[in-house]
Write a protein that binds this ligand. Structure first.
Ligand code: ADP
Ligand code: ZN
Length: 727
């Protein structure tokens, strides 16, 4: 089989879908499919399974047949593909005979790259169906929601069993089966029933790092929800409630409070339900208050929050519902209100009449849900371990981690401790070492040790804190405890590395101050984002598609952050493939231009790193000068004349952050000495924090780790400096 270089695959991802990077295991999955191997891809909902067959479909010569059970989702997927200029169509029972015949003709004429088929379209006599498929000359089969073939799965569909002969009919063609089902038995069952041939199996982590988990006691729920929604007034979200009546009640109260909210439950007729669902897809409703009937088939990528007004009956359901947030990969919140009363209520529902076995399972699941709500530890860790994945005790983005714990660099303190162990000859236990560190005047301390440099250097921590540190070092195997006559501490190889400064020690510690939930990030121009959204809505209305089909929210945020000025620059914005650029590019560029001129803002594209797969690179001026335009130059000139950032901002009627952005460009090139804009102490602290955040792409994670006296401008400049000195 032909091979595709990773470069080519990145190029295709950018060209067809406008994305810069593959997520999770997308790349190896795609390579496996293109190498002609049967493949089983297991990824959590929202992680991006579709690309795993859509991209190969674009590279393979013939048609790709996609079997998918969710009719509502099918249309969405096809619309999204068509919006990217890709020939796709579907066959399902929602279409008229004529429509179906048209699709069949198009497919037979080779005008379709991806054909979605609902399993119910496979007739009982599947032979004729398979000969129809043969006539289409397919290159690949994709079986979406593949767990539907397994009676072990949570959503068994007998029609899927018809797919069992697929491999017999098309032994040469690769099949990719996709599912979000984490369950091992189901996975094996999929492989067996589809008769996949030596399949390559890819399992991604079920962790959804962009979703932040919060649990709150159920008190003043409505007040809290209202405040939260008001604080996030541009965001969409789902509120789950247990009963139909309470969805209606809550939605009514929200509506009265001026929020565009609607309710949704299984008691409504189906026309009404799809009306609500569509209005939500189109951002006309910001908030849907729903029973768990809502969600199947929802493919809205910009759901920013999922609130559980009541406790869920099991962790699987809860996790699936929270998973509807943040499919676009942006920060999203999952907030659950917990009360023991809810558990009592659910316990009654858990009883399945005449089925003691089922009742016992439901009760057990509810118990685990209660345990999760009452868990004294990282929420994410609990969830991951529930689904059978190891996860560290600190995620940094759940209510437990953000309010009680934080990860700190403990290297210096560890070095003090290790040094004290070494200098006293590795002959003592923890108590003695700590006394030396804290400069104890006790007679028990060997006078020679009172002369040591390490004597008394540990006064910064309390005795208990040092004891805790010793435990941590033992626990993480940086020191060993040996018991000859007495217990003594000794360094091992890992410990020496820390002492010599060759490695660092990060420890999770109790935090000193309480942080807030989510605050808005001022990195992008809010007004511009609004303008772009309203343009997108116009485009969507004109084309009768949901707004996010035009481009996703995160693409708009990037536009409002980097202010691209040309088609070439647009290529660097996530979500803008070549087709979308040609179709929508000029509209967006116009809005940006108008806004940038009115506010005297330069393009900030130079802050965006060129990424793999893009065909263009951001132009840099010769001699490594910033791509500085006149407005940046005048800021720089005023700064060199001795004006402060605030003075320049005032004189030029620009915001502080704009001025700082201008100056940052000159830090990058070395024309501006960083110490003139950020104090030495602050710079050191920010640099350390950047390192700790482990990334240099985004400012917000760095800002979150610093106290409030660090501005975005300072961080931005320090970041530029950091990138410069670290190559
Ligand atoms: P799943 O089928 O796994 O639930 P989807 O395939 O619907 O998820 O993808 C979820 C969202 O993520 C979609 O909006 C999709 O366009 C987007 N997406 C997928 N892959 C990428 C990627 N590599 N980079 C950016 N966005 C992506
Ligand atoms: Zn956590």
């Amino acid at each position: 089989m032909s091979t595709y270089s990773q470069e080519k695959l990145h190029g295709a991802l950018k060209h067809f879908f406008g994305y810069d990077e593959f997520r999770l295991t997308q790349l190896p999955i795609i390579e496996s499919v293109l190498a002609g191997k049967d493949t089983l891809a297991i990824m959590p909902t929202g992680a991006g399974k579709s690309i795993c067959y859509q991209l190969p479909a674009m590279l393979l010569p013939g048609i790709t047949i996609v079997i998918s059970p969710l009719i509502a989702l099918m249309k969405d997927q096809v619309d999204a593909l068509v919006a990217n200029g890709i020939y796709a169509a579907f066959l399902n029972s929602s279409q008229s005979q004529e429509q179906q015949q048209q699709v069949v003709r198009d497919a037979q004429n080779g005008n379709i790259k991806l054909l979605y088929i609902a399993p119910e379209r496979i007739p009982a006599n599947s032979d004729s169906f398979f000969s129809f498929l043969k006539g289409l000359n397919p290159s690949l089969f994709a079986i979406d929601e593949a767990h539907c073939i397994s009676s072990w799965g949570h959503d068994f569909r007998p029609e899927y069993l018809k797919l069992a002969v697929l491999k017999k009919q098309f032994p040469e063609l690769p099949v990719i089966a996709l599912t979000a089902s984490a369950d091992k038995v189901t996975q094996q069952d999929i492989v067996a029933r589809l008769a996949l041939h030596q399949p390559r199996i890819f399992i991604s982590s079920f962790n959804r790092p962009n979703i932040h988990y919060f649990i709150r006691q159920k008190k003043d729920v409505f007040g809290y929800i209202l405040e939260y929604i008001k604080k996030h007034k541009d965001d969409c979200g789902i509120i789950y409630a247990l009963s139909r009546a309470s969805t209606e009640g809550l939605a009514g109260k929200l509506h009265e409070a001026g929020i565009k909210a609607a309710y949704y439950h299984a008691g409504m007729d189906s026309a009404e339900r799809s009306k609500v669902q569509e209005a939500f897809q189109r951002d006309e409703y910001k908030v849907i208050v729903a029973t768990i009937a809502f969600g199947m088939g929802i493919d809205k990528s910009n759901v920013r929050f999922v609130i559980h007004h009541d406790v869920s009956k099991n962790v699987e359901g809860y996790y699936q519902e929270t998973g509807r947030a943040g499919r676009d990969g942006l920060r999203s919140d999952a907030i659950l209100f917990y009360s023991f009363g809810d558990i009592m209520k659910l316990r009654r529902f858990a009883e399945v009449e005449g089925n003691p076995q089922q009742s016992a399972i439901s009760r057990r699941k509810l118990e685990l849900m209660q345990q999760y709500c009452e868990h004294e530890g990282c929420r994410r860790q609990y969830l991951m371990e529930y689904f059978g994945e190891q996860f560290p005790a600190y995620c940094g983005s759940c209510d437990y981690c953000t309010s009680s714990l934080e990860e700190k660099d403990a290297t210096v303190d560890a070095q003090k401790l290790l040094s004290a162990i070494v200098r006293t000859g590795e002959r003592y236990g923890a108590g003695y070492i700590i006394d030396v560190l804290r400069g104890s005047a006790s007679e028990k301390i060997d006078p020679a040790h009172k002369e040591l440099k390490t004597y008394g250097i540990g006064k910064n921590l309390k005795k208990e804190e040092w004891q805790w540190m010793v435990q941590q070092l033992l626990y993480h195997h940086f020191i060993d405890k040996t018991e000859d006559q007495y217990v003594t501490l000794k360094l091992n190889e890992k410990g020496w590395k820390i002492l010599k400064g060759e490695s660092e020690l990060k420890l999770v510690m109790k935090k000193e101050k309480e942080p807030d939930l989510q605050e808005e990030s001022p990195e992008y121009d809010q007004q511009l984002l609004k303008d772009l959204k309203s343009l997108r809505l116009d485009m969507a209305d004109r084309e009768h598609v949901p707004a996010y089909n035009i481009v996703a929210d995160n693409s708009l945020i990037e536009l409002a952050t980097y202010l691209p000025e040309s088609f070439d620059e647009l290529k660097h914005i996530s979500g803008f493939g070549d087709y979308k650029i040609s179709r929508y590019g000029s509209g967006f560029l116009q809005v940006i231009k108008r806004y940038a001129e009115a506010n005297n803002l330069p393009s900030r594209m130079h802050f965006k790193k060129p990424k793999k797969g893009s065909t263009a690179t951001v132009k840099k001026d010769k001699k490594d000068k910033p791509a500085a335009n006149s407005t940046m130059q005048s800021t720089f000139a005023m700064f060199n004349d001795g004006m402060s950032v605030a003075e320049i901002a005032a004189q030029r009627s620009l915001s502080l952050s704009t001025i700082e952005t201008h100056l940052a460009a000159f830090v990058t090139t070395g024309m501006l000495d960083i110490s003139k804009v950020v104090s030495k102490d602050k710079l050191a602290k920010i640099m350390a924090t950047i390192k700790m955040s482990g990334q240099t792409m985004a400012l917000k994670p760095i800002k979150d780790l610093l106290s409030d006296d660090y501005t975005y401008g300072e961080i931005r400049m320090a970041l530029e400096y950091y990138k410069k000195v670290n190559g």
